[in-house]
Design a binder for this molecule. Sequence first.
Ligand code: CP
Length: 340
Amino acid sequence: MPDTLPDLTPYRARWNRRHLLDLESLSADEIVTLLDVAQVMKEATGGCRRKISLLQGKTCANLFFENSTRTRNSFSLAAKRLGADTVEFGSSGSSVAKGETYVDTAKTIEAMGVDWVVTRHSTPGTPHLLARELDCCVLNAGDGPHEHPTQGLLDLLTIRQHRGSFEGLTVAMVGDIAHSRTARSNIWGLHKLGAHVIVCGPPTLVSERWRELGFEVAHHLDEILPRCDVLNLLRIQFERQKARPFPSVHEYAALYAMNAARMKKARKDILIMAPGPINRGVEITPEVADGPHSVILEQVNNGIAVRMAALWLLAAADDAHRGIAPNSQEPNTNISGSTS
Ligand code: CP
């Protein structure tokens, strides 16, 4: 375990964005920089359990207009692990019920002196709107079915930790591609880093347009399974669907659920991933979710590391934008034993 944080100076030179809105617009180098810093953060904090007070005095506001367990709590923990303060806003119980708009709400929270706004909203493009309207850094924690960049990054980090690189890997995103922001962020990230990406699911949930963009489209999991290195099993997002895309959950599970019988046909070293929340018995059965190939809880832990990396890199770019010297951002690079 290191006593002090490794020198982060080289990473500053590789990053100049003040917002993290999607993976589609990032270069492969930028994605690798985020993954590299996340790995440093993870190792320097004993698996994201200890503090490194790099960003003491800064404040992170979570503005969540949709439910969340993983993303919201791990952004909050990531900020605290970096020594920053947090503000928690949930639309339920707020003045949104009195007619305050999304932008006015965000500007109100920003006026309390925050450095990052982390936003989740059901409407695609809302983080991009805030990036134009606010002066602070903005991070997309999920905008409807569009993108969920930190989920994509934590999935990439988990794959890299197990496989070392992406060249030559075949990764299948399975399930509700049409409504999944996780799918879109993974697809762009995996493609940029050199993996072969298959989008697999019922024709009602997987557009043929993916083929035109250069991705493999499949409708039968059993046909592609033997050549997959990684499966990322997506939840069926009934809350975003206007019509039921298949006759019954039972029939969906028969064709697409990863279960013990399918595991026997898979590669011996297959990685089983899911962004969560998982619906046991629909996209994945309990023996697979809790089995030796599952890295679902590793993904959750990596979520803290990639969010620490994102907050730190954006803060570094923001300081440069404002003409603040790098060292004044790092008052204390000692590792603290505190766990929150
Ligand atoms: N994967 C994910 O975004 O989970 P939450 O909805 O719990 O944040």
